[in-house]
Design a protein around this ligand. Structure first.
Ligand code: S3P
Length: 488
């Protein structure tokens, strides 16, 4: 029997036994007895303390967005897809299990090395159990699009955080395409059951929010529809789905739309062909050692092989505007994405105004930008953050509370966050993470430079996206300790 339990987040050693792990339909049914209602039931607190200069080189894990998609496209292609550099975080492993529950064989060959034996567009089998996505919005929403293109029913569930997140934004377009929402919790939330129709209707969908998850769910459903499915977004969101569709042989056209938007059209019912995928390092994870190196005096750190897709680099642009010493070295293309080694040195930062239209390119990076802003001098205004309210936590509120715990002057004005940077922060308080990995990591980074230690109430969710965070940060010199008694 295959059981994937919660691995210790500090583990420097491989997270899996050396023998092969294989997810097949029957394994999934055995191992996934029901939704993890108790995800987060055993909180693990930690303290970050003022650290000496951070030094060294680090390669953060594979990009989460690309990792989810590589497993999904592997499932939708007929034959074997090989993936290297896959992020082995809980979110992605839940997608792997869901792919297996729908009929693919998903096998781990070595660290980050995986193979998927796909079943083809329209070839999915009905899962025998509930598909449990844990904490993962991306996994659950993209897989709703995948299921939509097959005449099967599937039930989606997740942890307490995911059950709070809006799913109507996915269900609305899928219903327009003919998908039946058999059952759902109040407001269209998880747990919910979808049933794909015999014949999907291709649509043109203008998304009310710039969201790669909405766009991807509609396009993935569109794979199963005859004719063209189009998604229009007023501001361009990350384009990994479009890139991967092309990589697997689908016909996709992308046109500009208005000042910042795009119109993406997919020709339905392609035969997707397996294609190798090399997952680049996640810029959203790189953000943590990067900001840590900026705010801990004397630091110099290199983060290797980081994806620099222009739809993901809003944080790097903003930090440079703030005066950050960041250099992109060895710029190259790997597996269809631009990557670079990023050299970062501790810098005197100053406050800036971050325009709302930049939000989609740095949506996951605002918590750690707020940390950088606290150590800058002057005001940083981050505009148009309404989407932060519906992430793994209400990140706008969680960041504001965290800044308060660290003694940083700030305010929320409508959907904008304003941080009054003083070049330092007191620390000394406790940050509530609300089952949100990025809140935990952002404030652990902050505590490396605060006057007094900063406590984070639960670091266990870091394993969803960056299981090697503690080990890699410590290797650079970060002083982070787990457990209540370690405060002194
Ligand atoms: C993601 C899209 C983003 C991001 C999430 C990953 C993706 O969400 O916050 O972490 O892989 O498509 P939205 O596009 O819904 O804002």
């Amino acid at each position: 029997m295959l059981v994937l339990g919660r691995a210790p987040v500090e583990a420097g050693q491989p997270r899996f036994p050396p023998q092969r792990i294989q997810f097949r339909k029957q394994d999934f049914v055995m191992s996934n007895a029901g939704p993890k209602a108790d995800h987060g039931a055993n909180p693990v607190p930690a303290f970050a303390r003022r650290s000496a200069a951070l030094k060294g080189a680090v390669r953060v894990p594979g990009d989460k967005s690309v990792s989810h998609r590589s497993l999904i496209f592997g499932t939708l292609a007929v034959g074997e897809t090989r993936i290297s550099g896959l992020l082995e975080g809980e979110d992605v492993l839940n997608t792997a299990k869901a792919c297996a529950a729908l009929g693919a064989t998903v096998e781990r060959l070595g660290e980050g090395e995986w193979r998927v034996e796909g079943v083809g567009v329209g070839g999915l089998q009905a899962p025998e159990g509930v598909l449990d996505f844990g904490n993962a919005g991306t996994g659950s929403r993209l897989m709703m699009g995948v299921v939509a293109g097959n005449p099967i029913a599937a039930t989606f569930d997740g942890d307490a955080s995911l059950r709070k997140r809006p799913m109507r934004r996915i269900l609305d377009p899928l219903e327009q395409m003919g998908v039946q929402v058999v059952d759902a919790a109040e407001g269209g939330r998880l747990p919910l059951t979808l049933k794909g129709p015999r014949e999907l209707v291709p649509i043109t969908y203008e998304s009310p929010v710039a969201s790669a998850q909405i766009k991807s769910a509609v396009l993935l459903a569109g794979l199963g529809a005859p004719g063209a499915t189009t998604v229009i977004e007023k501001e361009a969101s990350r384009d990994h789905t479009e890139r991967m569709l092309t990589h697997f042989g689908a016909e996709v056209s992308v046109e500009p739309y208005g000042a910042h938007g795009r119109k993406v059209t997919l020709k339905g019912r392609p035969e997707l062909k397996p294609a190798p995928i090399r997952v680049p390092a996640d810029p959203s994870s790189a953000a943590f050692p990067l900001v840590a190196a900026l705010i801990v005096p004397g630091s110099e750190v290199v983060i290797e092989g980081v994806m620099t897709n222009p739809l993901r680099t809003g944080l790097f642009i903003t930090l440079k505007e703030m005066g950050a010493d960041i250099a992109f070295e060895n710029e190259r293309v790997e597996g269809g994405e631009s990557v670079a080694d990023i050299r970062v040195r501790a810098s005197a930062l100053h406050g800036v105004e971050v325009p709302a239209e930049r939000a989609p390119s740095m949506i996951d990076e605002y918590p750690v930008l707020a940390v950088a802003a606290a150590f800058a001098t002057g005001t940083t205004r981050m505009n148009g953050l309404s989407e932060l309210r519906v992430k793994e936590s209400d990140r706008l509120a969680a960041v504001a509370d965290g800044l308060k715990a660290a003694g940083v002057t700030h305010r929320i004005d409508g959907d904008d966050l304003i941080v009054e940077g003083a070049g330092r922060a007191a620390g000394g308080g406790t940050v509530a993470t609300h089952m949100d990995h990025r809140i935990a990591m952002s404030f652990l980074v902050m505590g490396l430079a605060t006057d007094k230690p900063l406590k984070v109430d639960d670091i266990s969710f870091i394993a969803t996206s960056f299981p090697t965070f503690l080990a890699q940060m410590r290797a650079l010199g970060a002083d982070i300790v787990e457990g209540v008694e370690a405060a002194a």
